[in-house]
Design a protein around this ligand. Structure first.
Ligand SMILES: [Cu+2]
Length: 358
């Protein structure tokens, strides 16, 4: 009977509004993930009960009773074989269908998503918000640096509050797309309540999107073991009502403007001039030594050798660090590699700057 306990537990409510197996479902696609989980879970549970019962009944019923008990010769049963092949096929197709539907939904961010950059680093998260023009005023982007230094210094101190890391703040009822990369090793961004998880990889950009219909707070964990303080890569998603979010983000942008520190696209703009890019690339659509870089993001590029690529964050990064890897058709491979010349924050800034060019 104790075998059945976890099965019964599936219906037990938790304090956070979730159920025994799953925390509260707090994103638009979370229910679809749970549907697949519970469908597979109860299918397995039902088969488990039927199979174990059949095994026990048959073991008792057909036990060899005497020395001269003989085994009957059975030549197969087409009806039975068809039933046990066809019936599970339908179950598997249903599992595939539920899973595939949810997966497609999770993989494709809606076109009107708000974009936030997430940078993983031993051992905190950094969130970068884009610049915007508010009431005709140009306000810069800003960064919510993952960890409070003084707090992190006390790591290992048992009285320390674990919440050193600043939360990622997002609006309720609006799709948010995270464009993520790592500055060092593999990390993974996981929001259990949203059923959202994606690896955060050095040298590559990965995407994750979600929409949280209700305001609230949810845990963020790193789920890729990344060193001895991996467990401290803990943060929160703070979902605010749209109006509160707007007030928050404008305040942060105004602070960034007042402080004048360059991050993201603004840093990229400054580097574009200071690192010699402007000597070979124009931003008005015309050709210089290299191709113009405005209005390029998201378009297709023809490469030397006949291939084409979509210009995305990964391609831009590679074109800056190792230009020889993919050479644009009709241009000489004359761009110097910037690998080792620019740090990650600088490359990220240049990528954001090129993305922003119309
Ligand atoms: Cu990590």
């Amino acid at each position: 009977m104790s075998m059945l306990l976890p099965l019964l537990a599936a219906g037990v409510a938790r304090a956070d509004g979730g159920q025994f197996w799953m925390p509260k479902a707090a994103s638009t696609y979370a229910q679809q993930v749970d549907d697949v989980f519970y469908f597979i879970y109860f299918t397995d549970a039902a088969f488990f009960v039927v199979l174990m019962a059949a095994m026990i009944i048959m073991a008792v019923k057909y036990k060899r009773r005497s020395e001269d008990d003989t085994t009957p010769v059975i030549k197969g049963n087409h009806t039975l074989e068809l039933v046990w092949s066809v019936f599970p096929t339908f179950l598997l197709v249903a599992m595939f269908w539920l899973g595939f539907r949810g997966w497609i939904n999770m993989s494709v961010p809606p076109a009107d998503s708000m974009e936030i950059r997430v940078i993983g680093q031993k051992w905190n998260w950094t969130y970068q918000y884009p610049a915007a023009s508010v009431n005709g005023q140009e306000l810069p982007g800003f960064e919510v640096a993952g960890a409070d230094e003084a707090c992190m210094q006390r790591i290992g101190d048992p009285t320390r509050d674990i919440e050193c890391n600043a939360p990622i703040v997002v609006p309720a009822g609006k799709p948010v797309k995270l464009v993520m990369n790592s500055r060092d090793v593999l990390h993974s961004f996981f929001i259990p309540d949203f059923r959202a998880k994606k690896d955060v990889v050095p040298g590559r950009y990965t995407q994750l999107w979600f929409e949280a219909p209700e305001p609230g707070e949810h845990n963020v964990f790193c789920t890729e073991y990344c060193g001895d303080r991996h467990g401290y890569m803990y943060s929160k998603v703070k979902v605010l009502p749209q109006a509160e979010f707007d007030a928050w983000i404008t305040e942060q942008r105004e602070k960034a403007k007042a402080s004048g520190a360059l991050t993201g696209a603004a840093l990229g703009e400054q580097l574009f001039a200071s690192k010699g890019c402007a000597g070979c690339h124009k931003l008005d659509g015309s050709r210089l030594v290299g191709p113009p870089l405005n209005a390029k993001f998201g378009t297709q590029e023809n490469l030397e050798g006949g291939a084409t690529v979509t210009i995305d964050e990964g391609y831009l990064r590679e074109s800056i660090l190792v230009p020889g890897a993919k050479v644009v058709a009709g241009y000489p491979p004359s761009m110097p590699p910037y690998q080792g010349q620019l740090n990650d924050a600088q490359v990220e800034g240049l990528v954001e700057y090129i993305k922003s060019l119309k």
